[in-house]
Design a protein around this ligand. Structure first.
Ligand SMILES: NC(=O)c1ccc[n+]([C@@H]2O[C@H](COP(=O)([O-])OP(=O)(O)OC[C@H]3O[C@@H](n4cnc5c(N)ncnc54)[C@H](O)[C@@H]3O)[C@@H](O)[C@H]2O)c1
Length: 256
């Protein structure tokens, strides 16, 4: 690199696709990208949600297109690339934020529950890295893993296994796609989103236990994950690849 590297933490002028981008953490990232001046396609399986997200992104001044995508189907991911690249004139940033959680202890989890969680949380990320990694002409891929990649969560064996896999995949894809495309993971702790459901509702025993153990004393809002995505998508992180950033209010570091 002959030029002085950029230290600007911005995605202004970049073109982004956020899979699982119509709610929760994915939507917070898609909106933050658009507010910062990026063009953004925010996608998930549901046509109505995709159209609502596209309308809101357009209001923020982003170029966009309403495209559905199911990460459990390779054809669907390929169509997403074609549509997004056509709408935005290429893609510089891919965020993999689709997720599902089956809740059953290992002795009771069915083959179907196991296969679905692995397919959406891990194989879906692989499919998107494969398709976008082939086509992107430089840029940044950000996989949303979880602190559950490195920790036991009761009654979520497939989810924990899949998220550990996402971290391994992130490192391997980073090696394969360097130096053109960087690949990193963000591992959130407890974040209030539709996926979490009522699990972290205030006043519940679970929420009280989380708040007490977390040095920051609370769970996160989805927007608190989006800043790290802007950093990893920006040129300010030009030498950062194969890394995992944990954002959990130091829950993982607390032994109590
Ligand atoms: N909420 C948390 O506490 C938390 C913690 C750690 C990691 N995460 C991870 O963050 C990511 C986003 O989850 P969230 O909490 O924002 O929940 P969410 O339910 O708001 O988002 C998940 C998104 O994935 C989409 N999706 C599900 N299956 C899909 C498929 N087959 N194809 C395409 N899209 C699909 C959903 O429509 C939704 O938009 C997930 O990967 C999740 O595992 C969440």
């Amino acid at each position: 690199m002959s030029q002085t590297p950029s230290t600007q933490v911005t995605v202004e002028g970049k073109r982004a696709v956020v899979i699982g981008g119509t709610s929760g953490i994915g939507w917070a990232i898609a909106r933050a990208f658009a507010e910062d001046g990026a063009d953004v396609v925010a996608t998930s399986r549901d046509q109505e949600r995709v159209e609502t997200a596209a309308a809101r992104l357009e209001e923020l001044g982003a170029k966009t297109r309403a495209v559905t995508c199911d990460v459990s189907e390779t054809d669907s991911v390929e169509t997403l690339w074609t549509e997004a690249a056509d709408a935005l004139g290429g893609v510089d940033i891919l965020v993999n934020s689709a997720g599902s959680v089956a809740r059953a202890p290992v002795t009771e989890m069915t083959d179907e529950q196991w296969a679905r969680d692995i397919d959406i949380n891990l194989t879906g990320v692989f499919r998107a890295c494969r398709v976008f990694g082939r086509e992107m002409d430089g840029g940044s891929i950000i996989n949303i893993a979880s602190m559950s990649a490195d920790q036991a969560r009761e009654a979520r064996p497939a989810y924990c296994a899949a998220k550990s896999g996402v971290n391994g995949l992130t490192r391997a894809a980073a090696a394969d796609l360097a130096p053109e495309v960087r690949v990193n993971a963000i591992s959130p702790g407890f974040v209030i989103t539709p996926l979490a459901g009522d699990a972290f509702d205030e006043g519940t025993d679970v929420r009280t236990a989380i708040d007490e153990r977390t040095p920051m004393g609370r769970v996160a809002e989805p927007e608190e994950i989006a800043g790290a995505a802007i950093y990893l998508a920006s040129d300010a992180s030009s030498f950062t690849t194969g890394e995992e950033i944990t954002i959990d209010g130091a829950y993982s570091d607390s032994a109590i």
